[in-house]
Design a protein around this ligand. Structure first.
Ligand code: UD1
Length: 379
């Protein structure tokens, strides 16, 4: 009997809804080059940190206790809303360094909010207490900022991820789903980027995100935690914070153009990205809650299409009705050139299909930033 089977036997209520661990061979194992047998040989024995037995039955399944770190932020708040909408009990841990309580307005009464930093073990343990699942979305997500301040980036990304994993292990959390990043592919020339390609990170941010992935994988092997990394590709949409020069390019372009200013293009503008609407990222995360056979793995979450920055600017100029002119600056250190995902693994293993095409996503995003300007809300 594998450690996972013992774990399942301890958790009858969760077993039926969250049966990751039963698939000890891991369908994706060979596709992504992770040797699960080696993990077992290293001593992935019976689960030492099993979750409390649950009462079982359908009502238990529909009411998982879920921690979303970074849950007041851009992606985390959309995810928290979706989980509440599905009947789960959601706790949010956020230090509000980038997130905002207002992002959780719609679920204010349904979410247990904790202010704190994920890199602090006591805080992480308090937040993970009693939880079935952790979604670790908290991060300082900027490549450029990590080049300027590698230590801050490492702490907020690698250290915070390790700390949350330890807390999850100690509290008997069953499943840990992590916001990974396509930046880990770095300058790999081949497009599209597949999960079995060797990572070649170019920035401290990408290294930190990759370190997090490795920790997830070994925490699965060592402690039986059902971990999964979702490698996000350039997420955009409502609530993306445009307040910093390190913010995501779509949020910066939109807010500049709406304010009648020229956005900045670093480099020649021919670099491309697989821009993914936040609702599709939420879809992948929700699917990951009940997916089977993926523990210890990593999966791309994207659209499978790419757009250059010039094309992005032209589309926005057309939509807003302003000239698509930008200020040119030298390219940023640590920047990758092209990013495009192979999303067949996400489709095959999670049943994921992107639903929001680029034009629709941009229009919705634009509407949100426009609404903010009219109402004077901070964006
Ligand atoms: C983004 C995410 C990162 C994620 C990664 C992989 C942000 C802030 N970063 O990194 O968390 O892990 O995708 O999916 O969302 N650019 C300009 N002008 C600007 C800003 C940026 O030309 O004003 C350029 C950048 O130099 C880069 C491209 O636009 O070439 C995208 O930059 P950015 O939005 O910061 O995203 P990534 O670096 O790709």
């Amino acid at each position: 009997m594998s450690g996972h089977e013992e774990e399942s036997a301890n958790c009858p209520g969760i077993e039926a809804s969250v049966p990751f661990g039963r698939h000890s061979a891991g369908e994706l194992g060979s596709a992504v080059g992770i040797d699960r047998r080696a993990a077992r040989a290293r001593g992935a024995g019976p689960l030492r940190y099993a979750r409390r037995p649950s009462s079982g039955g359908d009502s238990a399944l529909s009411k998982l206790k879920i921690l979303v770190t970074g849950g007041a932020g851009f992606i985390g708040s959309h995810l928290a809303e979706a989980l509440v909408g599905r009947g789960h009990r959601v706790r949010v841990l956020d230090d509000l360094s980038a997130g905002r309580r207002a992002n959780l307005r719609a679920v204010r009464d349904d979410v247990d909010f904790m202010r704190g930093n994920c890199a602090d073990l006591e805080t992480a343990r308090r937040a993970a207490r009693g939880m079935d699942v952790v979604y670790h979305e908290a991060a300082v997500p900027s490549v450029a900022r990590s080049v300027a301040d590698p230590v801050l980036s490492h702490r907020a990304n690698a250290t915070a991820t390790l700390t949350m994993l330890v807390a999850a292990r100690d509290r008997g959390v069953r499943r840990f789903i992590y916001a990974g990043s396509s930046s880990v592919y770095g300058d790999a020339r081949q497009l599209p980027k597949r999960e079995d390609m060797e990572p070649r990170p170019l920035s401290p941010y990408a290294v930190g995100k990759l370190v997090g992935e490795h920790y997830l994988r070994i925490f699965h092997g060592l402690y039986g935690l059902e971990t999964l990394t979702l490698r996000y590709f350039n997420v955009y949409g409502p609530r993306q914070n445009a307040a910093s020069p390190y913010s995501g390019v779509i949020s910066l372009f939109v807010t500049s153009l709406l304010a009648g200013k020229r956005p900045v293009i670093y480099g020649d503008g021919q670099q491309s990205r697989d821009f993914t609407y936040v609702e599709d990222v939420v879809q992948a995360n929700v699917r990951a809650l009940t997916a089977r056979g993926l523990a210890g793995q990593h999966v791309n979450v994207a659209t499978g299409h790419r757009v250059t920055l010039r094309q992005l600017l032209e589309t926005l100029g057309r939509e807003i009705g302003v000239p698509a002119r930008a200020e040119s600056r030298p390219s940023r250190a640590g920047d990758i050139r092209h990013s495009l995902a192979d999303i067949s693994a996400a489709h095959r293993l999670l049943g994921y299909r992107p639903k929001v095409d680029f034009e629709t996503g941009l229009r919705r995003t634009l509407e949100w930033y426009r609404g903010g300007r009219k109402s004077g809300a901070r964006r």
